[in-house]
Design a protein around this ligand. Sequence first.
Ligand code: FES
Ligand SMILES: [Fe+2]
Length: 383
Amino acid sequence: MGNMRPIRAGQELVQLTGTSAKDGPPAELIFGDWYPALRASSLKRKDTAVTTLLGIPMLLGRKSDGALFAMRDLCPHRGIPLSAGWFDGETVQCKYHGWRFEPCSGQCQEIPSLTSHDSLEPTKIYANSFPVVERDGYAWVYVPEAGAGRVTEEATLPPVPELPKFGSRFRSAHLQAELPCNVDHGIIGLMDPAHGPFVHRAWWWRSAASIHEKTKKFEPIEDLEHDGFNAGFRMSPHAPSSNSAPYRLLGRPVTMIDFVLPNRRYETILAENARGKKRWFSSLTTVTPVTASTCRIDVIAAWDIAYHVPFVTPIARYFGAKFVQQDQQTMIEQARGLRSNPGLMLIDDADKPAKWYFALKQRRLKGIGEHPLSEPVELHWRS
Ligand code: FES
Ligand SMILES: [Fe+2]
């Protein structure tokens, strides 16, 4: 393939945010779990921000005391977005009739039009609010099933995802990109082992000419404590691809990749150099449905590798951003193809993880069935 030229000479301009209005077909969404809504570190006290999560318009903010909140961006009175109103650091006030809400609980505190002739008790009225937890710089929002009612007992919720860290001193970086395809395509793109040599061609990573056969072990992950809720599979610990230059810097590294529902890919690299010094790199990548037909990829990474080297964070961000841009560009092109809702194929063995994902997702949505991986297996592919 050394002589092959791109079919389309011109390049479409790609921006990291603001994808096209024409999106591909929708996917079923998994409600009842935690999703990263936005960077919490960008929300100052008394600030608010709007976003969309699983098709739900959200108003997020931080109260004067530092507490985060997440509300459906909709007044329960007559449906105007609450973001059209006011926030004084304590309560959110609707622009239309001035109803005032405590934003963490959603409880109505005041209805200005009431008189002594009314018996309506404002505090019995609630705007929709969602549990929100700040972790790894993100505001993670719990998005319940439609009609599940207000979450009053947070202890009953599944655990909030967290980037594993293997020491207290580390550097970290994050990045995000919007994708014009539905969450399923985002996720199977994320776990696709065969696209690397084609999508991620770069001198510092690997070339198409370096393709070789690989064998990887996979094992099921069951989450028995939570009824198989966050089930998934693990690419068992292995030495990373010998054709990846950045990995060679680490000295005897071992990589482990976990995928768990609904949308999380954890990659952990632990290394020990000849003098027995331990190093680690850890990343958590999520693909979050923005709407049923669009999604957003977020990567959080932390490492103690080369901790003492200045500028390592901007360098890592550059490599990471370049990498995600290549995936994003590919998915923008794919979304153009998917608009006509074509039939698709999943082949063995390279698309096997995608098959497992779809099976696990159906199992979770229906609440019945077996884990698609009954025991550890080996997959073979060339990449
Ligand atoms: S619509 Fe919000 S107070 Fe009436
Ligand atoms: Fe990729």
